[in-house]
Design a protein around this ligand. Structure first.
Ligand SMILES: [Zn+2]
Length: 257
């Protein structure tokens, strides 16, 4: 649609995340990136106390994840745990939640994704409890296109192998999902993509909730969404870096190894 032509131009020109004027971020280890991701997503509303897991598969097949004992807004790079593809802790005294099973199944089933995230978020969690999918009412709700499945096979916590395998298969090739009476799931090929999906899911969920509460509004025309959602491929330009800088400013210790 014409109203978004200016945005498309910006996106095409700005896919390289460094303008060459200043360093957007210091060098970050993989563990530092996962720790920052936890802090950033906590701020987006993925903040149910110590619940929730981020897993990031590395090139050697091992997986980085957050420890069970710590909240997403307190952990540092040094707290991030390396586990094997089967879930064995390789380098930490921290524990990993037994609910990591769904993540391991998804990593095994889907070589196209390297990041899996789950929590009981503030805004998308409301829609998961209502058993409804939020509409898209504005541009910032449309950075990620495609179906938002509502997964309604929830039968308890995800710590049983058969149940997690069934859930992983049912999710198919979805990029995200609402889990009925439970929470949300987002996957991505890398942290940048998963981060934009989390931001978009929460923004869209909050906007739709508020619009409906205020009496309703007009949904964004379907024809506008494919152009706006080009950002989904690599994350919105500069966004991951800006939100990471915010967390480093807020607490430089997040980078402590
Ligand atoms: Zn959960």
């Amino acid at each position: 649609m014409k109203r978004f032509e200016h945005l498309n131009t910006q996106l095409v020109k700005a896919v390289i995340p460094n303008p060459g004027k200043r360093d957007l971020l210091p060098q970050l280890s993989a563990k530092a990136q996962v720790a920052l991701m936890c802090r950033m997503c906590f701020r987006e509303g993925w903040n149910d106390h110590i619940a929730g897991h981020i897993t990031m598969r590395q090139d050697d097949g091992s997986i980085l994840t957050n420890p069970w004992e710590l909240a997403w807004d307190e952990l540092t790079a040094g707290d991030i745990v390396t586990i094997s593809a089967q879930g064995e802790v390789l380098d930490s005294d921290w524990n990993v939640t037994p609910a990591i099973g769904l993540h391991l199944q998804l990593h095994a089933l889907r070589p196209d994704i390297n990041v899996v995230m789950h929590n009981h978020p503030e805004w998308s969690g409301k829609w998961a409890c209502m058993g409804r999918v939020p509409g898209i009412y504005d541009q910032s709700s449309a950075y990620v296109a495609g179906e938002l499945p509502l997964f309604d096979e929830y039968e308890g916590t995800f710590d049983d192998d058969d149940r997690t395998l069934a859930a992983a298969k049912a999710l198919g090739d979805a990029k995200w999902a609402l889990l009925l009476n439970h929470g949300s799931l987002v996957v991505g090929k890398h942290l940048r993509q998963a981060h934009l999906r989390v931001c978009t899911l929460e923004w869209r969920s909050r906007r739709a909730y508020e619009v409906e509460l205020a009496g309703g509004g007009k949904l964004l025309p379907d024809a506008s969404i494919p152009d706006v959602s080009r950002a989904d491929d690599n994350g919105f330009p500069f966004l991951w870096e800006a939100m990471a800088r915010r967390e480093i400013r807020n607490d430089p210790d997040v980078l402590s190894e």
